[in-house]
Design a protein around this ligand. Structure first.
Ligand code: SF4
Length: 284
């Protein structure tokens, strides 16, 4: 059995940067470090941070002292303002690509465009984007939902950094029929596009695909969808323990890809498990 890991897979620039910032903060014993919700969408990596004393809280109300980390996905600016007003040190781990989307959405609103976000409702990045324009944004997940929007003179479109370019094209085309003027910012990040392209290319030449990453990770779910769309049998796992030997027993070529918040050590464990004859899988 031949096992190939996608050329672009696993930790992206923004996630690495966020983890480095937090690791540096955790090295300072003079103050506790808190993240609002998970820093990144990978439960196993979050458990490692927890072991280093980085505590996850649901709201600022749970924090009396110590630093607050803004996650790579960004947060509602009101949260950041409240933390600063309370004198809590703020560590801004917001990915610069998410910041760029913040700038675009604010600019669109200031120029009078009715703002539309293509993204997952309830995802923190999308909530943070909408918060930049006081919540005055339509959130859509597909072109079908655009047909429900009213006709307006001007629409401006931004997109969650981890969406698929194809979905952006479909939504933009549908939106063009709902207005006289349309402005589109492709805020899908380069890391996402590279991971999606590598996953598609590998899936097309594999008998089975394994996608590794948190179930709460939007970009991992997108990789899963892309691999499935090629027709290749695809399985999404968070850890090596979830690998089922039967999936790959008859496979000649197995492809492995991983979301942008999946650490290398989990990918390595999955590959090792796939090769582990003890689990009934023949080594390549
Ligand atoms: S997926 Fe892109 S936008 Fe999100 S953290 Fe990584 S580099 Fe930044």
């Amino acid at each position: 059995m031949d096992i190939t890991v996608a050329k672009n897979a696993g930790f992206c620039f923004g996630v690495k940067r966020a983890l480095e910032l937090v690791a540096r903060a955790a090295d300072d014993p003079s103050r506790p470090v808190h993240t609002l919700g998970p820093l990144i969408h990978n439960p196993q990596e979050i458990a490692r941070l927890d072991a280093r004393g980085v505590r996850q809280v649901r709201s600022l109300d749970e924090v009396n002292e110590g630093a607050i980390v803004l996650s790579a996905h960004g947060v509602d600016p009101k949260i950041e303002d409240t933390a600063r007003a309370r004198g809590l040190p703020v560590i801004d781990a917001t990915c610069p690509f998410v910041r760029r989307a913040h700038d675009h959405i604010r600019g669109l609103a200031e120029e009078g465009y009715a703002v539309v976000i293509l993204g997952d409702r309830g995802h923190r990045e999308v909530e943070g984007l909408a918060a930049r324009v006081g919540g005055k944004a339509e959130i859509v997940t597909s072109a079908e939902e655009v047909h429900e929007l009213p006709f307006r003179r001007r629409y401006g479109l931004v997109v969650q950094t981890t969406q698929r370019p194809q979905a952006l094209c479909e939504v933009a085309a549908a939106l063009a029929e709902r207005c006289r003027e349309l402005r589109v910012f492709n805020t899908i990040c380069e890391a996402t596009m590279k991971r999606q392209e590598s996953a598609r290319e590998l899936a097309e030449r594999s008998d089975v695909m394994i996608v590794v990453g948190g179930r709460n990770s939007a970009n991992t779910r997108r990789l899963h969808e892309i691999c499935i769309s090629t027709g290749t049998p695809t399985h999404h796992v968070e850890t090596a323990d979830e690998v089922d030997a039967a999936w790959v027993r008859a496979a000649g070529r197995v492809g492995v890809t991983a979301g942008a918040s999946t650490p290398d050590w989990i990918v390595d464990e999955v590959v090792t498990r796939l090769r582990d004859p003890g689990k009934g899988i023949e080594a390549g």
